[in-house]
Design a protein around this ligand. Structure first.
Ligand code: PMP
Length: 290
């Protein structure tokens, strides 16, 4: 992945893709002082770009470092990367980390770096294929207590348990894993939020110890605009058998139906279908009035 053609924005300058490197003694690599974003451009425009830039800045603040660019500057850099690489439908990956000046837990003086990469990511999917749904395992690891980890930061270090959990699920033939939280409540998947339906209402876990996804908030708004009742609450695993539909949301997942979680079966229905369509309409670039 590091030998492609194209340009990566690194610390203020467009850099040839293969030359966008960092030193092996970077604090971000040794101590996990790294935060990132995952965004998508549809038709050449990044969906909710400013929200992602602001979340990146907040994620860094939670890890006690300050990215030396404003949200507006990060937005402009992302647009430059999209344009320079000639991208239309794309995935955008900003990442910020502490550099290599000091090696040790304390890194007060280390330079903060920021890189932005983007690559083609087609957005079309076959709804009939997607409506078959994905199968989820239940992960062994749990989302940590907010007193244990900076759980509202999109911090690279928090993905350690996600990768382990996703690999374990994939080895068993599942697409992904549903993670519980430190109290044993249903939390989220390894890179997406989760929703359920019962009696026409939509239920989703309260985002009190995991990422409150930008897609999650978008889908909640879309659902309410449609007149669906959306209930954010504590959901225990023993309720998983009582829901009709299940879907996950995320920048990459968009709205993806779930057909199974462990022994439980779901049938993607009207709510999932409606929100899949509404979400795809929502992410399209707005026509600018002449
Ligand atoms: N939870 C986790 C752990 C994630 O990695 C993501 C993807 N960023 C999400 C939820 C969904 O967030 P968003 O909708 O902002 O992409």
């Amino acid at each position: 992945f590091d030998q492609q053609d194209g340009w990566i924005w690194l610390d203020g300058a467009l850099t040839p893709w293969a030359e966008a490197r960092l030193h092996v003694l970077s604090h971000g690599l040794h101590y996990g002082s790294s935060v990132f974003e995952g965004e998508r451009a549809y038709g050449g425009e990044i969906f909710k770009s400013l929200e992602h830039s602001e979340r990146l800045l907040r994620s860094a603040e939670v890890l006690d470092f300050e990215i030396p660019y404003s949200a507006a500057e990060i937005d402009a850099a992302k647009r430059l990367v999209i344009a320079q690489n000639g991208l239309v439908d794309a995935y955008v990956r900003p990442v910020a980390w502490r550099g290599s000046e000091m090696m040790g837990v304390s890194a007060q003086k280390n330079t903060i770096h920021l890189a932005i990469a983007a690559w083609e990511w087609p957005s079309y999917f076959d709804p009939a294929e997607r409506l078959k749904g994905i199968r989820l395992d239940i992960a062994d690891y749990r989302r940590p207590d907010p007193m244990t980890a900076p759980c509202h930061s999109k911090a690279a270090g928090l993905y350690m348990i996600c990768t382990i959990s996703k690999h374990a699920a994939e080895r068993k033939g599942y697409a992904d894993a549903l993670m519980l939280d430190w109290q044993g409540r249903v939390a989220e998947c390894t890179g997406a939020n989760v929703f359920f339906t019962r009696d026409g209402a939509i239920h989703t876990p309260t985002a009190d110890c995991f990422l409150d996804g930008i897609t999650r908030r978008t889908v909640i708004d879309l659902a309410r605009r449609r007149g669906f009742e959306v209930i954010e609450r504590r959901i225990m695993p023993d309720e998983l058998g009582s829901f009709n539909e299940c879907f996950i949301t995320g920048t990459a997942a968009e709205v993806t139906p779930v057909s199974e979680i462990g022994p439980h079966r779901y049938q993607p229905g009207d709510v999932t279908r409606t929100l899949m369509e509404d979400y795809m309409a929502e992410v399209q670039p707005r026509a600018v009035a002449a």
